[in-house]
Design a binder for this molecule. Sequence first.
Ligand SMILES: [Zn+2]
Length: 75
Amino acid sequence: MTATISRFTTQRAPCGEMQDGERYLTEDQQGLITEELRYSCGCRSAKEEFHDGSVHRRQVHHKGRVLVDEELRGE
Ligand SMILES: [Zn+2]
């Protein structure tokens, strides 16, 4: 499993504010990719790609409310 951490600046967070933050990208041996954005306000946004091509998206507001939690089926 490999992980890459990088910083980003002024992206729109799930709460609507422009925020800096960190981007975590991890990939396991099977090629499963997870991308998570952690904004400085505390908001989080994650995207997981599965082997069958489906994608799970999740966004959490910095006050704890889940704004998006959905699975998109692959073709
Ligand atoms: Zn926020």
